[in-house]
Design a protein around this ligand. Structure first.
Ligand code: AMP
Length: 111
């Protein structure tokens, strides 16, 4: 589905764009700043992205640029949800860049 955002077929609020990446606001933000960074080239998840080191580096560089553009000087998180246990809903790899307020503990305690 994120390929359709790259193609301009689905609207998105673009924060930053490079030749190889696109950063746009999450439609259902979980923090004051919540931006998704994707590679233009389709990779299903972070395991596939790791087989394309140039694309992986570009995604991280764009995540860092987003943090700068969003003025996340007090810190932020970069999250790649992966697979069923990771809660991945969209199978086009995306880094969540979240910040703008204290984010609390990274995970809730195991039960
Ligand atoms: P994940 O669970 O890691 O796969 O995250 C998917 C994210 O994509 C969720 O945070 C959704 O809110 C977000 N999302 C789904 N559709 C869109 C869309 N059309 N534009 C922006 N964000 C979206």
């Amino acid at each position: 589905m994120f390929c359709r955002i790259v193609a301009g077929e689905i609207p998105a609020t673009v924060v930053h764009r490079t030749a190889t990446t696109l950063a746009f606001r999450d439609i259902d933000p979980k923090a004051p700043s919540h931006v998704l960074v994707i590679p233009v080239a389709h990779h299903a998840n972070v395991i596939e992205l790791a087989t394309d080191p140039a694309a992986a580096a570009d995604v991280l560089a764009t995540a860092a640029k987003v943090a700068e553009l969003e003025d996340l000087t007090d810190g932020f998180r970069v999250i790649f949800n992966t697979g069923a246990h990771g809660g991945q809903e969209v199978s086009h790899v995306h880094a969540h860049v979240v910040g703008g307020a204290p984010l609390g503990p990274m995970l809730s305690a195991q039960r």
